[in-house]
Design a protein around this ligand. Structure first.
Ligand code: H79
Length: 479
């Protein structure tokens, strides 16, 4: 047997290349694939469950967009950007030298890793993902491979990522890094996609941006990803890539995957590119109507309308909306990565802080209905599809109705009832027998009356322990 195989290998090895191809073409067609296998390609479903366990339990994380764009804060040379704050350099075509000059003014002495981690914890968040480098190319960490970073180029001379890592370790919360791997507006070659004539999105507005993309990738992007993976001990536990663009071919992405593969517990999103699917779907600024059944997913959203700080964006969502988003996402089996945008002093805008603290108050009482839950077991629609509005994919847009949501644990079903619900709520059929019910906020867990028939489950709208945003009913279940 072994000999026969050896003979075949030898025979193939001696065939000319064209003949070898001929030989293989009789085999089953193999779908096109990337050159280096990633952890997702090789692990078993059981191994994946172990790797993803903490992330699935967490349900709520903090996104932090903080970078040099906090200095202009949306305004440059008397012009205001109408777009997201971290895109100001692109939107207003700020020359590279002018943008780089912001670094001299960036001295965020108000930054406190302790306070930010404590804020995340108070909000009930279980992990933080911070921008290590956004598309502007400015590294928010101590990078030896490129001097355009917060330690070398600013009077601050501190590494906020290291300080956050220390605090996250102390306060028991997980830390991940966002890294824009394929877009870099200040590094030569980092906007190469436009020069290649593919995609008008990134723009190219300064000769200083001329250069080879591969040189950018080899000299800056990949070495910085390596620094981020190596220099912060057990962190990052998440790497959050963004905007792969067409430049991230399978071959280029494979070089990044080779680095990631050294960290078998790492979780990374679906934005690396080069046909790699990563671990998580990442709907941005929306909650998918049905979630992504059977997949891990995370909606990332802003509190106002910008990720990076913009002094004049005061369009803050209400705590009610933010909390109901979290509940809605949990009911569909996803995570909520909610963004804060600290200013150029390192201070978290007060309206953002306030809302996170208010969310935390609700989570203190009701967190068990969110953490470690699985999607709703009810098939009752919690909204309807619009006849006139379309979603991003051009399909009828899903309009949620805020009435109630449900989350699931092994022996419990939670019903999060939104304020305004009155009378009896008909929840539809539940494939489990309900053996008891109580309000989650009731320390005595006094029984609540309900009716379960073949037709479905009826529960009362909250009568006691009413929360103005969402009151949680716990159903004890069997089967
Ligand atoms: O980091 C945040 C965004 O900056 C980043 N992803 C989140 C997490 C992101 N990069 N690109 N995009 C999102 C999509 C790009 C949208 C664009 Fe535009 C439309 C680029 C140009 C037109 C938005 C509007 C940005 C500038 C104008």
């Amino acid at each position: 047997m072994k000999l026969a195989r050896l003979a075949l290998v030898l025979a193939l090895a001696t065939l000319p290349a064209a003949a070898q191809l001929e030989e293989y073409s009789n085999a089953k067609p193999v779908p096109p694939t990337h050159p280096v296998k990633s952890i997702q390609d090789t692990e078993t479903p059981a191994q994946r469950d172990v790797r993803m366990a903490w992330w699935r339990d967490a349900r709520f994380g903090m996104f932090i967009h903080w970078g040099l764009y906090a200095v202009p804060a949306g305004t440059w040379n008397g012009r205001q950007t109408t777009h997201i704050g971290e895109w100001i350099m692109n939107d207003l075509s700020i020359p590279v030298a002018d943008y780089k000059a912001f670094a001299k003014q960036f001295n965020p002495t108000g930054f406190s890793a302790h306070d930010i981690v404590a804020l995340a914890k108070s909000a009930g968040m279980k992990y933080i993902v911070i921008t290590a480098k956004h598309h502007d190319g400015f590294a928010m960490f101590d990078s030896k491979v490129d001097p355009f970073n917060i330690v070398q180029a600013t009077p601050f001379h501190r590494d906020p990522l290291r300080e956050l890592a220390v605090e996250c370790r102390k306060q028991g919360i997980k830390l991940g890094f966002y890294y824009s791997q394929a877009q870099d507006w200040t590094a030569p070659g980092g906007t190469a996609i436009v020069r290649a004539g593919h995609d008008p999105v990134t723009g190219h507005w300064d000769k200083a941006q001329d250069g080879s993309f591969d040189e950018y990738l080899q000299k800056k992007s990949i070495p910085q990803i390596k620094e981020l993976l190596e220099n912060y001990k057990e962190f990052p536990v998440v790497v959050w890539f963004d905007t792969p663009t067409k430049m991230m071919t399978p071959e280029r992405a494979a070089e990044v995957v080779t680095l990631l593969n050294k960290y078998p517990n790492l979780i990374w999103n679906n934005r690396l590119g080069g046909t790699y699917e990563g671990d998580t779907e990442t709907p941005e600024q929306y909650i998918p109507a049905q979630g992504f059944p059977g997949k891990d997913w995370e909606s990332c959203m802003t509190i106002n309308d910008t990720w990076g700080f913009k002094s004049f964006d005061t369009n803050f969502k209400s705590t009610e909306t933010l909390l109901r988003n979290l509940i809605d996402i949990a009911s569909k089996g996803g995570n909520y990565l909610l963004n804060i945008g600290p200013d150029a002093h390192g201070i978290v805008p007060e309206p953002e802080r306030e809302r996170l603290l208010a969310m935390g108050k609700w989570m203190d009482i009701n967190g068990e209905a969110i953490y470690g839950t699985t999607p709703t077991l009810f098939t009752t629609p919690t909204g309807s599809f619009s006849d006139t509005l379309k979603d991003k994919a051009g399909k009828p847009k899903f309009i949620p109705t805020w009435s109630w949501r449900s989350t699931t644990k092994k022996d419990k079903v939670y019903v999060e009832i939104f304020a305004g619900a009155q009378g009896t709520l008909h929840l539809g059929a539940l494939p489990r027998k309900v053996t008891g019910a109580y309000w989650l906020a009731d320390p005595k867990q006094k029984p609540v009356t309900f009716t379960q028939t073949a037709d479905g489950l009826d529960v009362p709208a909250p009568t006691g322990y009413v929360d103005p945003i969402a009151t949680v009913l716990v159903l004890k279940t069997a089967g």
